[in-house]
Design a protein around this ligand. Structure first.
Ligand code: SF4
Length: 376
């Protein structure tokens, strides 16, 4: 089974830290939506007739779409692909868009999972990030969503901001837990090139994030959510009662997915491709029936390194048989040698034929994976 991701590249405001592809001008909205519908049709063969079990509207801010627009996209997907009976259909939403009326419409249209961009329950952090909503709106929309029967809710939080104290971070986690959401994603603030944040740091207006603070707050996150009964099933993702994101879990388990819309990525097991991250170029390419994407065929080395990078971050771990199958003997031996070092240093543990990060390893997930990477 496979998944479909739809990228909606529009936002009301530009959050200072964000380096996703989006535009704050709605100038090309109609044209982008028309191109998205056409791209869905064009990509019919990409997933090799596999059934679709998840659809994910990401962005950008997909909650800017109205009921009619969402319905047209979902209908088109239903016409072109075979869906399972009840696919998980997630929509990323910002709290200021989620009025009671909007929530009702989302429910009517078939959205059964909301990913809400809360980031912090303190207005001072939201202002610092240039978010378009208030803490009050976040709380209200979660309460309203629950009252309307949205039982599959996740919210995003950010830690590591220079103006976020450990006490405030604990309070943010507590508020999320108290609101009774079954899934929480939490990300360490990073300073990406070409963002307003990077510019302000360069000018001395904002402070850069500190690695120590990020690590400390990550530790707090793990401890507090464990106490509250959430399972850390991926480095940045925590779920209660198995309320895992089916869509994101598919990425991590190496299932196929098709990305539609500007900047969206796709994976079919043997190659990855990514659409042009420019609304106008995307519209023109689709209109002219020319390629809207770049493609990379994956070598065996790529496949192993991706498996290490992604699998080690999850409770499902990495499959040693897969790694052995993909590598020549000499490279495999070099990999096993480095693995011994990582195990001896207490970062990785082997259980039968699977590899997992230890609690210590989780704090350095990406570094451990890159130390294990194989080279061509
Ligand atoms: S709303 Fe989301 S996608 Fe849009 S600028 Fe903010 S973080 Fe980026």
């Amino acid at each position: 089974m496979a998944g479909i991701y739809i990228h909606i590249p529009f936002c009301k405001k530009a959050c200072h830290y964000c380096d996703f592809h989006f535009s704050t001008s709605l100038k090309f909205k109609e044209e982008v939506l028309t191109a998205i519908l056409k791209e869905v049709g064009r990509q019919q063969a990409y997933l090799n007739k596999e059934e679709i079990e998840t659809i994910y509207f990401g962005g950008g801010t997909p909650s800017l779409l109205n009921k009619k627009e969402l319905k047209i996209i979902l209908n088109k997907i239903g016409e072109v692909f075979k869906l399972i009976k009840t696919p998980e259909i997630t929509l990323e939403a910002n709290p200021d868009d989620l009025t009671l009326q909007k929530l009702k419409e989302l429910k009517e249209v078939g959205i059964n999972r909301l990913s809400i961009g809360v980031q912090s329950f303190f207005d001072k952090h939201l202002t610092w990030m240039n978010r378009a909503h208030s803490a009050k709106e976040s709380k209200e929309c979660i309460i309203n969503a629950k009252s309307l029967g949205f039982s599959n809710l996740t919210l995003d939080l950010i830690y590591g901001m220079p103006n976020l104290s450990n006490e405030e971070w604990e309070e943010n986690i507590k508020q999320a837990v108290d609101l009774g959401v079954g899934h929480i994603s939490a990300y360490n603030l990073t300073m990406e090139q070409n963002t307003a944040y990077a510019h302000y740091v360069k000018k001395g207006i904002y402070e850069a994030p500190s690695d120590e603070k990020g690590a400390e707050q990550f530790q707090i996150l793990i401890e507090e959510l464990k106490k509250a009964g959430y399972l850390q099933y991926e480095t940045s993702n925590f779920a209660k009662s198995n309320q895992y994101s089916k869509h994101n879990s598919s990425y991590w388990k190496g299932k196929k997915y098709l990305g539609i819309g500007p900047s969206a990525h796709s994976f079919n097991g043997d190659s990855r491709q990514w659409n042009v991250a420019n609304n106008k170029k995307y519209i023109d390419a689709i209109a002219n029936n020319s390629a809207q994407y770049e493609l990379e065929e994956l070598t065996n080395f790529n496949k192993v390194n991706e498996h290490l990078l992604i699998g080690l971050r999850t409770i499902w771990g990495c499959d040693l048989s897969f790694i052995e199958k993909e590598l020549f003997e000499k490279t495999h031996q070099a990999f096993l040698k480095e693995l011994k070092v990582q195990i001896a240093d207490g970062f990785v543990v082997q259980k039968e034929n699977q590899l997992f990060l230890t609690e210590k390893g989780k704090l350095f997930a990406d570094r451990v994976a890159s130390d294990l990477f194989v080279e061509e």
